[in-house]
Ligand binder design. Sequence first.
Ligand code: SF4
Length: 445
Amino acid sequence: MVDWGKNNGFTLTSLFAGDKFARMKKNYTANNLSITLDMAGSFVYTKISYPVRYGVFNEIRTPDQLLHFNLNGEIIRAVGRTRQWIHPNEWLKRTPGNDWVYYSNGGYTGVFEAMGEYYLPNLQYPTNALIGGKPFRETCVSDLVEDWYQRLMALQTSTKNLPEPMARFLAQALQNTPDRLQEKAKKLFSISGGRVTVMPPDARHVDYDIIPLFISLGCLYKCRFCRVKTEHPFALNTEDEIVGQLTRLKALYGRDLANYNSLFLGEHDALAAGRNLIVFAVEKALEILAFDQGNMKGSNLFLFGSVDSLLDTDPDLFNRLNTLVSKTYINIGLESADQATLDHLGKPITVAQVIQAFDTMQKINDQYQNIEITANFVMDETLPKDHVPAFLRLVRERVSHTKPKGAIYLSPLSINHPSREMMFTFNRLKCLSRLPTFLYIIQRL
Ligand code: SF4
């Protein structure tokens, strides 16, 4: 039994003194238990080979586990601290959609080259990952996912005379039961009218911490091969609906909104919503969600586009986005530069359009410092034979020199089919491409 009244160490530590984000963290330590409130992680998204935590959060540390909670007292991260845990640098993250994702380092072999990130998200649901293990089959991982709440209850039972801020935090964390977290995820989906079934690959730059705002529904093409398409025809949301979503998102994210600086405009082709609605939505989001008053520095915007929506875009949209947010990422589904492959996929566009869209991407990426247009291509052993040569004609022959911007994502078509041969093909294409080239793992919010 831990007696906080007698034995706690109480410290107030000023973090980032002089910084506008300066805040006081409160730490209480007794015996084998440590609770830290308002712990500050990094306020800038970064790529580094050790685990980085972002924003401000609360931590409970015992000899067996490390649990992190957001500013609403909702669990967001868990790490085992026993010898059974797979690797001390790996962790579980709980998403706003209430999925647990296991971040592994893949032995540091090839994860960064393949993903552009040092840690690989391993998902509990079927996806198209070519690399990664089966961490959820490890007892230490599945137990933590299943038991974290019971462990939290046991912790409360075994402590007494907890200082008031800690008691308040623990009570709040216990109110956020697994059922309640699931309900909250459902509320999030209902705000937009549906779940984000696929996040843009570029969301990796902010560890997938994106707030979803649907300005449109569906997409233009309904390609035969696509597993994430919706049945309803492409449609726009009204300005009133957009403001309504933002107001409800602000209430739902609550205090933890301070840890977000990135917006995802849904659904599958927000670029087709056109300049006026996109600018309206971004301006309203910046006003209502107030990223500039949060912990994370800068602001980011993510959206999907299509060949037609990119080619039809009013160029003034790029002028506006270039200054409205710190960084905009628009991900375009090109899929293939070979007509036989496009037909095989049931994608109703021509190679000529794909090439034109690719050239437009290069121009925008060269012209606008704060905008990056990226593109997806499919990968599969069963595609027509000219798919790969046509891909290389674009990303090698059509680009005069190596560029650091305008990422190309290769998306395996097969689900739950890790393949060494496909990894070999990917590595070969990556070496030949003059644009940064990565794998795209389909991941939901
Ligand atoms: S690939 Fe894109 S455009 Fe095609 S059906 Fe899927 S979401 Fe729609």
